[in-house]
Design a protein around this ligand. Sequence first.
Ligand code: BTX
Length: 323
Amino acid sequence: MKAKVLQLLRTCEDHFVSGEHISNQLSISRTMVWKYIDALRKEGYVIKAVSNKGYHLVEEMDVVNEHAIRSRLEVDAIFQNIIYEDTVTSTQQVAYKLLGEGAPHGTLIVANEQTSGRGRLGREWYSPANTGIWMSLIMRPNIEMQQTPQLTLVAAVALARAIKEATNYDVQIKWPNDLIFNGKKIAGILTEMQSDPDRVKSVIIGIGINVNQQTFPESIANIASSLSLETRETFHRVAIIEHFLREFQWLYHTYLEKGFSFIKPLWEARAISIGEEILAKTANGELKGVAEGISDEGVLLLKDSEGNSHRIYSADIHLLEKE
Ligand code: BTX
């Protein structure tokens, strides 16, 4: 209900909305309207009340919680099962637990802070409170197992587009899972698949976005940054989440319908490593060469100095000229 009150206040952004209107629209008493307004104020929303006029949402603070997200969902949004926690070990871990309890397709887990956020291969993901977006999506796509890595690329395009819409800044994608701003990593994606021997049962897509951090631990300060550090502005995390969910839902469904060929040009238009000399560190060793692009399946194509082509399914990519 709080989400609906917030939604009504937001749709009347430029003017007052009367308590009577809210009470009629939501079929609740005027006293209940007042209680919800009071609760929203306590969360940090600045809501002006003028007798005979009603309520006016003067300022939205960077409030992230379940109803702040729900109030911004499209009517046809698939992310109806929203779980918000203040502190978790890792939203991926929460997602695994919820999967065990039968969580539906389109479950969204968001945390304000992660104490054991993780990246690929068990690496640490720095996830301090109040400044970043740490979330996981549970999806149950009907795709082949080898297609799962494509979902990382779908999410990367959705994220780049969402950041552009919410902040007006362009970010780039480094294959397979990094978002880069001014040469530094501002977001990462971790896609984990659960499968039977022959089919994908579910996929957990973890997204970490550095939004308003002003500092980073020394160990990653030279490679990591936040949207705020790069632009000297601050951003509302919930607005970025809103745009991401919309973009991801649209791209995900279009991908399932039309295949990866629809995503490929959108991905390539934002790709940072293509045409560059790179070092790919794979589980089987290192390969040096020019990144030629991605295949129709989303696999990275690399040509070494002897002209041999290699298909890279999973690796860490280092741009040689710039690093
Ligand atoms: P990755 O393995 O590509 O990157 C991990 C590496 O990135 C680390 O080893 C470190 O060098 C660097 N790093 C650590 N923290 C940060 C940070 N905040 N910003 C930039 N660089 C950093 C990337 O893995 C995938 C990350 C997914 C994170 C999300 S958050 C929500 C979900 N829950 C969870 O535990 N993980 C995912």
